[in-house]
Design a protein around this ligand. Sequence first.
Ligand code: DGL
Length: 280
Amino acid sequence: MPYIKNLIKGPIGVFDSGYGGLTILKEIRKALPEYDYLYLGDNARTPYGTRSFEVVYEFTLEAVVRLFEMGCPLVILACNTASAKALRSIQQNDLPYLDDSRRVLGVIRPTAESIGNASKSRHVGILATSGTIRSESYPMEIKKLFPDITVSGVACPMWVPLVENKEYDSDGADFFVKKYIDELLNKDKYIDTIVLGCTHYPLLIDKIREFTPEGINIITQGEYVASSLKDYLNRHNEIASRCTKKGRCEFLTTESVEKFKESASIFLHEDVDVRSITLE
Ligand code: DGL
């Protein structure tokens, strides 16, 4: 993989398999509007959630390398599946070769940190992609921080396709949203907090609220990831000083520009400046 180290300044890279990372980007931009952002959605190869460890790692590494090539000193994997399956390998094995002055961060740790104060019953449910659930990343991170919490998880393989195909308000969405929530609550009836452990899921939030019994907290990740990033940049001036600050935001997709523009405008409520690229 051709790659040349450099110390130039650039935007913060935000990566997801598709549109889900926009829910994270939105909150990050709210918390840190002064920075520049470069969002990359691998829409042509979404979903990642049902793919093997090797494939998710390979695709994620390609995206990180591309965002580095485009000058990003810091890349946020705004995707739980990529955070679960690729983050550690990239941080430990690839960064030292690619450029050890840059950083790649994920979304699972900041989300796990938020759970301690949220659950009174100490029974927490995770809804995520099959890949994230199989990786056991959430139970492991939560147990490290809060050993008294019982964690149950259910994979929701139909939710990402519903979002990517803008079917979030259909009868199909009713059926599949209810199905996975019921499955989770049947696993553990004491759950008082449900974590949406996939960045696509906030786009189904109205349906999720409709089918979740009252009194159960629903945790979305955006705000936690944004405040954790703010804290990170305050503590790491060597990275923060290399992130440019003109308040700009650009978008890259591996699918067609028109398709991305249309959906991103719906999710972000603004027109977006998009370029199409191929990853390899
Ligand atoms: N949005 C991603 C996540 O947070 C992945 C969805 C997918 O591609 O399956 O897990």
